[in-house]
Design a protein around this ligand. Structure first.
Ligand SMILES: Nc1ncnc2c1ncn2[C@@H]1O[C@H](COP(=O)(O)OP(=O)(O)OP(=O)(O)O)[C@@H](O)[C@H]1O
Ligand SMILES: [Mg+2]
Length: 483
């Protein structure tokens, strides 16, 4: 909703009142729908969603303003209701407020007062809607429970994240694109003692040098052309909270050079936790916790003289490295279920994935890591109409079949190959095929592959087969096998 232009239902049996109020509200930029009786008004509330209902209290016919209020709160709780009355008694006003009315206005009223009340109501509504959204988003995004970590590697990351959240240490989060660096940064902040203060993000790759510098440190009036007023830097904005320097190693070559120049200031901020505004004389002390992230190999950048070594060490007081998704296929089933749950929230039941589709997903290379998987799931959920997603449903978004599917070739392609990945893929494929052939009876499947029960189960566990993806596992054979 836009509080400058809202959809308002006006209910009053007096034509004159309807005319005046529609004119006043129309002039203020709102869209006004009118009704002549409580009955008509209630029908409209059932048919459309209004930001605000303004209703007269006493009207002829079976329904009065209180009935309108009750109905509105019943079927459209977000809609605000203002009651108009010539006979306001305290009791009635209290009753109306109890039932959830936003305000009670007594006739006669002056137009400005009505307009002001409406504006205040709409502002309050917008704010509470925004807050609700924000809170929901923050909660959804920042809770530890939203970081999926099944694999050993991710469990270790998770444990570290929990621990550093309690401290003020500077953390450098490294990892390929889409591995969850920002998710981790948010989780650290929102689970730290600073959680109620600001979490400020600045993308070092996205801004030209002068802007980045003044964004970070602020500037005094006249410090450079265009600096027309004193401006608070993000370090000040983040005072008491956390500043997330995203993509600190991602800057373009030109910007990297300029970044190097402000790093002296960054160093001082980080070392002494205080800094001087560009063009200013007064030192401004701030208490800011710094988190930084990069998908670049900063070690290498340092070795090449592209990133200051001293800054690098100060940033990575605690380094957290997020593993690529392809190195932890065990996480894929849980991630898939996590995304399916989120994306099919509007459905009655979350979508599920057919087992061979899951296998396919676990064999992908996921160059874009978790974000790529997230996108594939999002598209699948949007397009699939039935209750499950099949392998064929996913096909269009997956990368072309690799060596794994075309059978083993002893050729090494010119660009080389990822032996471990290849072998893992093959192994996983055979495990699933054996399970299929054995109709889910693990003992038989193990036998087909000439594996003993324990080593078969170990491998199932390793690839997360039969956990979460459902279907390919039967429990009848859970008795100890042949080891
Ligand atoms: N372990 C995880 N559990 C649940 N969701 C995850 C996990 N890791 C990443 N995601 C989700 O994947 C998406 C990408 O994560 P994020 O934006 O944090 O990655 P990034 O490393 O910052 O990527 P980039 O380098 O491209 O900026 C987000 O929607 C995030 O919520
Ligand atoms: Mg990011």
């Amino acid at each position: 909703m836009n509080s400058a232009s809202a959809k308002i239902l006006l209910i009053d049996d007096e034509p004159g009142m309807r005319e005046v109020l529609s004119a006043v509200l129309g002039r203020a930029g709102h869209r006004v729908v009118v009704a002549e009786s409580g009955e008509q008004g209630i029908a409209l509330i059932g048919a459309e969603i209004f930001d605000l209902v303004i209703t007269d209290l006493k009207m002829p016919g079976p329904y009065n303003g209180m009935d309108v209020l009750k109905t509105a709160k019943d079927i459209s709780p977000e809609t605000l209701v203002i009651i108009l009355t010539a006979f306001a008694t305290l009791d009635m006003a209290i009753e109306a407020m109890k039932l959830g009315a936003y305000d009670v206005l007594t006739k006669p009223f002056n137009n400005d007062h009505v307009e002001l009340t409406v504006r205040k109501a709409l502002d309050a509504k917008r704010l509470s809607a925004e807050n609700l959204l924000l809170k929901r988003e923050l909660k959804e995004r920042a809770g530890f429970e939203n970081i999926i970590a099944i694999s050993q590697a991710m469990q270790e990351v998770f444990a570290l994240v929990r621990r550093v959240a309690q401290t003020d240490s500077t953390v450098l989060i490294c990892g390929e694109s889409g591995t969850g660096k920002e998710l981790v940064a948010r989780a650290i902040h929102f689970n730290s003692p600073r959680r109620d203060q600001a979490f400020v993000t600045v993308n070092c790759a996205a801004l030209p040098e002068t802007l980045l510098e003044s964004e970070l440190f602020g500037h005094m009036k006249g410090a450079f052309t265009g600096a027309v007023a004193n401006k608070e830097g993000l370090f000040e904005v983040a005072d008491g909270g956390t500043l997330f320097l995203d993509e600190i190693g991602e800057a373009s070559p030109a910007i990297q050079v300029k970044l190097l120049r402000i790093q002296v200031k960054l160093l001082r901020v980080i070392q002494e936790r205080e800094f001087r505004r560009v063009g200013g004389t007064r030192d401004v002390s701030v208490n800011v916790r710094i988190l930084a992230a990069t998908n670049k190999d900063l070690d290498k950048a340092v070795a090449q003289g592209l990133f200051r070594e001293d800054l690098f060490y100060r940033l990575q007081v605690i380094p957290i490295t997020l593993p690529s998704l392809r190195s932890r296929p065990e996480d894929i089933p849980a991630l898939v279920h996590h995304f399916l749950k989120i994306f099919s929230r509007k459905r009655e039941k979350p979508l599920t994935l057919e087992p061979d589709a899951m296998v396919e997903l676990q064999q992908q290379e996921w160059k874009g890591n978790v974000r790529e998987l997230e996108n594939v799931m999002l598209r699948a959920v949007a397009l699939v109409s039935g209750p499950t997603i099949s392998r064929a449903d996913l096909e269009p978004w997956l990368r072309p079949p690799s060596l794994i599917h075309s059978g083993v070739s002893s050729e090494i392609p010119p660009e080389g190959l990822d032996l471990e990945h290849l072998i893992n893929g093959l192994e996983r494929g055979f495990l699933v095929k054996a399970l299929e052939r054995a109709r889910g009876v693990k003992k038989d499947a193990a036998h087909l592959l000439k594996l003993n029960g324990r080593s078969f189960r170990y491998r199932l566990e390793k690839y997360g087969i039969g956990r979460g993806s459902g279907g390919e596992e039967r429990s009848a054979d859970d008795e100890e096998g042949d080891e």
